[in-house]
Write a protein that binds this ligand. Structure first.
Ligand code: BGP
Length: 468
C-alpha cells in the first residue's frame, strides 16, 4: 500500500529539556527533579539531601549551547516541526518565585526564533519530567493544591511571552505516568504508611485541574493556538480468551484512559468511583474543580507509543512468562528491544483507533522509536537498519490508521538526536537519526554524526510518507 498522509502533516522529532540541554545550573536555572536522579527512573532513587554527583542530566548533550547546529541538522532532514519542552525551573528557578528569570525566558525566545527561521514550528510541552525541585521540598510536589497556582502562573508567563511563536502546546508529558514514575512525573515522595495510590490519584487530580486551567489560559492568551494532553499509550491484550483475562486487561487499559477521559471529555469516568472506593479513598476536590474540568477540555490528544502489553488474571503466568516494563506479561508473538520493550507495529494502529473512537478529537503521535546500541563504522557511518525497520513498520501502521479514518495531526519520533534515557539515565540507549559521541560516563567529543536512518527519514518526509 502506498501510504497516504494528509497535506500539512507535521513531521519531526521530539526532545525534552532535561534530556538534552545540560547546563543544569546555568543562567539562573534552579534544580528540577531530573537533576537529582543519578541514573534515571528505573535505576535510581532521588538524591534529596545528599551531594549531587556527576549526573548525566547535568550535561546531557549540551543542547543548551548547540541548539543552532542541532536544529540545522533537523532542518536538513526536512522537519517542519520540533517537539521540545520548556524547563520550568529555567523560568521560575524554585517553581513559584515572585518574578520569572529573564535569562531563561530569553533562552527559549532564541531557540524558538532559530527553529522558525529554519522552517520548523515549535511544538511545546509545558512540563516534561522536570518539575522544579523547590516545589517538592516546599510543598511535597503535586500532592499539594498549591502547585496548581504555581503551574498556572508559569503557563500564563510562557503563553504571554511566546504567543507569536508557539501555536501548539501540550500540558504534561505522559500524565498517566504519575502511576508508574511518581517522583519523576509528579515529585511525589511517600512517607511510611501512606496510601500510595490515593496520593497518586490526588496528585493526578491537581494536575488535571492545572491542565484544564492551562487550556483556559492558552485559549485566552493565544486564541489561534491548540493545546492538548499527552499520555503514554499502549494497548493491553488479554493473555487468553478467558473473560477474567479480559477484565484484567480492561482494568489496565483504564489506568491509561482515565487521564485522557478527564482531559478530552471533561469529567471523571464512571468507573473511577469504584476504583477509588475499592482502594479505600476518595479524591478531595475543591468547589469549582469539576466545572473547570468540564469547561476546558483539550483540543487534541497527543501520545507516545513504544510497546503493547499483555494482562492475565492468573498470577502464576507472570512468573512463567516474565514481566514487561509496565508490569504486564511478555507477548510470545512479539520481539523485544535490547531493553525488553516489545516491538508491536500493529499496536500503533490499534491504539490510534482506540483513542480516536473514544475521543473523536485529532490525535498527535509525539513519541515513537527504538532505543538501541549503535556502533560507529571506521568511516564514521552508522548502519542502523534496525531503527529504519522499526520506524517503517510503525509508519505503515500509522498509514493504516489514517486509512481507517483517524484524524492525525503529525508524527514526531522520540529523540531524533541521541539523548539521555529517562528510564535508565544512559546515553548508550540511543534513539537518534543523529549520533552524539558521548558515552554513559559522559565521556566523548560530543561530535554529531548522521546515521543511515537520517537519510531514510529525510526521504520519508520529502515524499510526505509515500516512500517508507
Ligand atoms: C517516554 C518519555 C521520554 C523518553 C521516552 C523513551 O516515556 O516521555 O522522556 O525518554 O519515553 O524512554 P527511555 O528514555 O527510557 O528509553
Amino acid at each position: 500500500m502506498t501510504a497516504k498522509f494528509p497535506k500539512n502533516f507535521l513531521w519531526g522529532g521530539a526532545i525534552a529539556a532535561n534530556q538534552v540541554e545540560g547546563a543544569y545550573n546555568a543562567d539562573g536555572k534552579g534544580l528540577s527533579v531530573a537533576d537529582v536522579m543519578p541514573r534515571g527512573i528505573l535505576n535510581s532513587e532521588p538524591v534529596l539531601n545528599g551531594e549531587l554527583g556527576d549526573f548525566p542530566y547535568h550535561t546531557a548533550i549540551d543542547f543548551y549551547h548547540t541548539y543552532k547546529d542541532d536544529n540545522a541538522l533537523f532542518a536538513e532532514m526536512g522537519f517542519n516541526c520540533l517537539r521540545l519542552s520548556i524547563g520550568w525551573s529555567r523560568i521560575f528557578p524554585n517553581g513559584d518565585d515572585a518574578e520569572p528569570n529573564e535569562a531563561g525566558l530569553q533562552y527559549y525566545d532564541d531557540v524558538f526564533d532559530d527553529l522558525l527561521s529554519k522552517g520548523m514550528q515549535p511544538v511545546v510541552t509545558l512540563n516534561h519530567y522536570d518539575l522544579p525541585l523547590g516545589l517538592v521540598t516546599k510543598y511535597g510536589g503535586w500532592r499539594s493544591r498549591e502547585l496548581i497556582t504555581a503551574y498556572e502562573r508559569y503557563c500564563k508567563t510562557v503563553f504571554t511571552r511566546y504567543q507569536s511563536k508557539v501555536k501548539i502546546w501540550m500540558t504534561f508529558n505522559e500524565i498517566n505516568c504519575v502511576l508508574h514514575a511518581p517522583f519523576t512525573a509528579a515529585g511525589l515522595v511517600f512517607k511510611e504508611g501512606e496510601n500510595k495510590l490515593q496520593l497518586q490519584f490526588q496528585a493526578a487530580h491537581h494536575q488535571l485541574v492545572a491542565s484544564a486551567l492551562a487550556v483556559k489560559a492558552c485559549h485566552e492568551i493565544i486564541p489561534d493556538a491548540k493545546i492538548g494532553c499527552m499520555i503514554a499509550a499502549w494497548p493491553t491484550y488479554p493473555d487468553t480468551c478467558n473473560p477474567d483475562d479480559t477484565l484484567k486487561a480492561m482494568a489496565k487499559d483504564r489506568q491509561m484512559l482515565f487521564f485522557g477521559d478527564v482531559q478530552a471529555r471533561g469529567y471523571y469516568p464512571s468507573y473511577a468511583k469504584r476504583l477509588f472506593r475499592e482502594n479505600g479513598f476518595e479524591i478531595e476536590m475543591a468547589t469549582g474543580d469539576e466545572a473547570i474540568l468540564k469547561q476546558y477540555a483539550v483540543d487534541y490528544v497527543a501520545f507516545s507509543y513504544y510497546m503493547s502489553q499483555v494482562e492475565s488474571a492468573d498470577p502464576d503466568r507472570r512468573e512463567k512468562t516474565g514481566g514487561n516494563l509496565m508490569g504486564g506479561l511478555m507477548n510470545p508473538y512479539l520481539k523485544a528491544s535490547e531493553w525488553g520493550w516489545q516491538i508491536d507495529p500493529k499496536g500503533m494502529r490499534i491504539i490510534l483507533n482506540q483513542l480516536y473512537d473514544r475521543y473523536q478529537k485529532p490525535l498527535f503521535i509525539v513519541e515513537n522509536g527504538l532505543g538501541a546500541i549503535d556502533s560507529v563504522n571506521a568511516d564514521d557511518s552508522i548502519s542502523d537498519d534496525y531503527r529504519i525497520d522499526y520506524l517503517r513498520d510503525h509508519l505503515q501502521q500509522v498509514a493504516e490508521g489514517i486509512a481507517d479514518g483517524v484524524e492525525l495531526m503529525g508524527y514526531t519520533t522520540w529523540g531524533p538526536i541521541d539523548l539521555v534515557s529517562a528510564s535508565t539515565g544512559e546515553m548508550k540507549k540511543r534513539y537518534g537519526f543523529i549520533y552524539v559521541d558521548k558515552d554513559n560516563e559522559g565521556q566523548g567529543t560530543g561530535r554529531r554524526l548522521r546515521k543511515k536512518s537520517f537519510y531514510w527519514y529525510k526521504d520519508v518526509i520529502a515524499t510526505n510518507g509515500e516512500e517508507l
